[in-house]
Design a protein around this ligand. Structure first.
Ligand code: CP
Length: 310
């Protein structure tokens, strides 16, 4: 199949075939990062702009590395030092970046729908690097890529997503992607961190972590997003760790060979112990490495789609 979308906004909007195409393209790009000269000319002459309205380490750097490995020029805009501070709107900022003849905007924003709104206003490509509680599509793609790499496929896998489901764009994108590819997804969290009617997305819900881990081939552990909802009475951290933290003792009773993932940044001692984060079941740093190939694939495909349309 051919890719024909100028933007990547969320996995909700992609078919299983389109997700498969991104993952196949990522597989072909993964080898580039193992070369002595880690570069291919696929996006030579193109300009990618990282426009991040929220903090990021992994995603911003990973997009920059991915674009540079494709030989694109990369510009990082810090909203702290840009005209956003003078009240410029998102659309005005986007139109000015377009007028500067950039080809791709990679946006992270605290408002759900920000990437969709920008994509609708611009001719150039927009890639969603996380918008509010909505989606974080490249995180889910790299999670799925890592699952395929470690477990050989996704169809029929039992995947548990544990933690702050209510505030998590990572959970939403993973649910869309995994269910489209035929995985069985269970979300496990305290009731107050499970969105109402989440079952409608095709997932099973549970608050019994030990039971979930006994049947899971993989567990994706989410970060508690203290910065998003300070007003809400989050469960006491120690109480949360006791009931929902992934510890060595818990893992010893889990399904043999269970793969442990986390999108980062990790709150050690809240979502999981350091022993688990750094232990033999953890693929957390493999996820980070795979993010480069996945983002190379996304940048390549959206840029190519624009060229075909032009
Ligand atoms: N996983 C993730 O989005 O991490 P950053 O916030 O560091 O980009």
């Amino acid at each position: 199949m051919a890719w024909n979308k100028k933007d990547l906004l969320g996995l909700e909007y992609l078919s299983a075939e389109e997700i498969g195409l991104i993952l196949e393209t990522a597989e072909s790009f993964k080898e580039v990062s193992t070369r002595e000269i880690k570069k291919v000319p696929a996006l030579r002459g193109k300009t990618a702009v990282n426009l991040f309205y929220e903090p990021s380490t992994r995603t911003r750097v990973s997009f920059e590395v991915a674009a540079k490995r494709l030989s694109a020029d990369v510009i990082n805009i810090s909203t702290e030092t840009s005209s956003v501070r003078k009240g410029e709107t998102l659309i005005d900022t986007g139109k000015n970046i377009q007028a500067l003849k950039a080809d791709i905007i990679i946006i992270r924003h605290s408002c759900s729908g920000a990437a969709n709104m920008l994509a609708g206003a611009l001719d150039i490509s927009v890639v969603n690097a996380g918008d509010g509680w909505h989606e974080h599509p490249t995180q889910a793609l790299l999670d799925i890529f890592t699952l395929k790499e470690k477990l050989g496929g996704v169809k029929g896998l039992n995947v548990a997503i544990v933690g702050d489901i209510a505030h998590s764009r990572v959970a939403r994108s993973n649910i869309w992607g995994l269910t489209k590819l035929g995985a069985n997804v269970t979300v496990c969290a305290p009731r107050m961190l499970l969105p109402s009617q989440i079952e409608r997305t095709g997932v099973r819900t549970s608050s019994d972590l030990d039971e979930v881990l006994r049947n899971a081939d993989a567990v994706n552990v989410l970060r508690m997003q203290f910065e998003r909802d300070e007003e809400t009475a989050f469960p006491q951290q120690l109480d949360y760790y006791k009931k929902f933290g992934i510890t060595e003792e818990r893992l010893a009773k889990a399904k043999k060979g269970i793969v442990v993932m986390h999108p980062g940044p990790i709150n050690r001692g809240i979502e999981m112990s350091s022993g688990v984060a750094d232990g033999g079941n953890s693929v957390i740093l493999d996820q980070v490495t795979n993010g480069i190939a996945v983002r190379m694939a996304v940048l390549f495909l959206v840029a190519q789609a624009r060229e075909v349309k032009a």
